[in-house]
Design a protein around this ligand. Structure first.
Ligand SMILES: [Zn+2]
Length: 451
């Protein structure tokens, strides 16, 4: 079988051609591989994806370089018969896109060589962008942008791109940007007074056809600098995406597109400050709560005050030691919880308490810890605190340094009863479980263990 004549070698703008089918092979996938005596289809290779198009109207979904066996056209649908003369058509928009990325890479790579003596080690055309890995010693955005600017000037000077077929001996005497990857006759791509490199890909006929190059991002990768860039139609598509995103962000701030970074930075600062203030208020809230509980707690014979309390849920229980807790207005210390279920309560403070309760279920664990910390700041204090949501019980046990009791052991016991997990240190432990019904029993046991 003779090798396929590669029409794209001489004319990258040829997209319609006629050829004779010299081989047809059924593939297990149900697709057919067709070999022609000549083709304008570029097969996958050299970092550039394959062309697509049609053969007599049937889709060519990929082309594969099979070396001396020619180019395999993977056809989906009715494949042409052996010896048939077929009309081939290459998808131009895809070809143009690939030529722009690929020729853009030649230009950008040479710009790095000219400016920084930094050769390109590899190149890939990805779905939406391209990558080159450059031996660039000290990359910065400024340095990379200088090369990109240089490359764009070469594009806008609209220099001629010429193809030369030369022998290996002739090539050896030429100033090639990179070593040829193959032996024998070589195909050289010359960009007028700028670049000369061996390559088998499809290229623009003049640099202006590349349109422009833009750098999307860069990073250090395996000792090289990996630069993501877009050329031509991809640069426009990328600009549209970036512009749309920037405008959407700006709309959120009701500001101009270019002002949104400043607005976002300001918002983040304000948010941090709000978080600081909320945390400070939460600590105040916890101290107030702790004081109420502590006031009501009765000291045991040994002077230790055991404060046990359950926050939240459908019912609130002030238990054992703090059952008589009342604040100055005579309301129960757990009014923040109790008022939720009392539909008849209409005063502002009760509404506030209800809101707080709903919100506090989300930050229950943090609230419990804050109250526990506030409680054990008082000497001789043990805090056995819990909260309940619909299906979760949370526990924090803590004691002041001078009080006795192993909080870790108590917590493990309580969590076992609640069908949950927990633990910690002798002076502070946390846990929780799913068996909310047994919460009272778990706390009672803990109280008894302490006495
Ligand atoms: Zn090339």
């Amino acid at each position: 079988m003779p090798a396929t004549e590669r029409l794209y070698y001489q004319d990258s703008h040829l997209i319609e051609f006629e050829a004779r089918v010299v081989d047809v092979t059924e593939r297990v996938s149900g697709w057919t591989a067709v070999v022609l005596d000549r083709t304008a289809f570029y097969p996958t290779g050299g970092g550039q994806p394959s062309d697509t198009g049609t053969l007599n109207g049937a889709r060519v979904v990929e082309c594969i370089d099979d070396g001396d066996n020619g180019v395999l056209h993977v056809v989906q649908g009715a494949a042409p018969a052996l010896d048939a003369i077929v009309a081939g058509r290459v998808d131009w928009s895809r070809r143009l896109d690939h030529m722009q990325q690929h020729t853009g890479q030649h230009i950008l790579s040479q710009a790095f060589v000219k400016l920084f003596d930094a050769p390109t080690k590899s190149f890939r055309v990805l779905d939406q962008s391209c990558e080159i890995d450059v031996e660039l010693a000290n990359p910065t955005t400024d340095i990379i942008e200088r090369a990109v600017e240089f490359a764009n000037n070469v594009i806008w000077e609209d220099r001629v791109v010429t193809i030369h077929n030369v022998s290996a001996a002739e090539a050896a005497a030429m100033p090639l940007r990179k070593e040829p990857a193959r032996e024998g006759e070589l195909r050289l791509i010359e960009i007028e007074d700028f670049d000369l490199t061996p390559c088998g890909g499809t290229h623009a006929v003049r640099t202006g056809e590349v349109g422009m190059i833009a750098m999307r991002s860069w990073e250090r990768a395996k000792g090289l600098t990996r630069i993501e860039f877009v050329a031509g139609v991809r640069a426009l598509a990328d600009y549209r995406r970036a512009n749309r995103t920037a405008r959407e962000v700006a709309a959120l701030f009701s500001t101009g597109r270019d002002d949104s970074p400043q607005n976002a930075a300001q918002l983040i600062e304000e948010n941090k400050e709000l978080h600081r203030r909320v945390r400070a208020l939460e600590e105040v809230e916890a101290r107030v709560e702790a004081e109420r509980l502590l006031t009501a707690a009765v000291a045991r014979d040994d002077g230790t005050r055991v404060v046990s309390h359950v926050f939240g849920g459908a019912e609130s229980s002030s238990r054992a030691a703090d059952s008589s807790a009342r604040d100055a207005s005579g309301r129960d210390a757990s009014a923040r919880d109790a008022s939720v279920r009392d539909a008849s309560v209409r005063d502002a403070s009760a509404c506030h308490a209800a809101a707080r309760t709903a919100e506090s279920s989300a930050r229950n664990a943090e609230f419990l810890k804050n109250v526990a910390h506030a409680l054990i700041a008082t000497p001789n204090t043990v805090a056995l605190l819990a909260s309940r949501d619909k299906d979760t019980a949370r526990l924090v046990f803590a004691r002041s340094a001078d009080a006795s009791g192993d909080m870790n052991a108590l917590m493990r016991e309580a969590c076992a009863l609640l069908d949950g997990r927990g633990g910690g240190k002798p002076d502070m432990a946390q846990g929780g479980g799913k068996d909310v019904e047994k919460l009272d029993e778990a706390l009672n046991r803990a109280i008894q263990s302490l006495s």
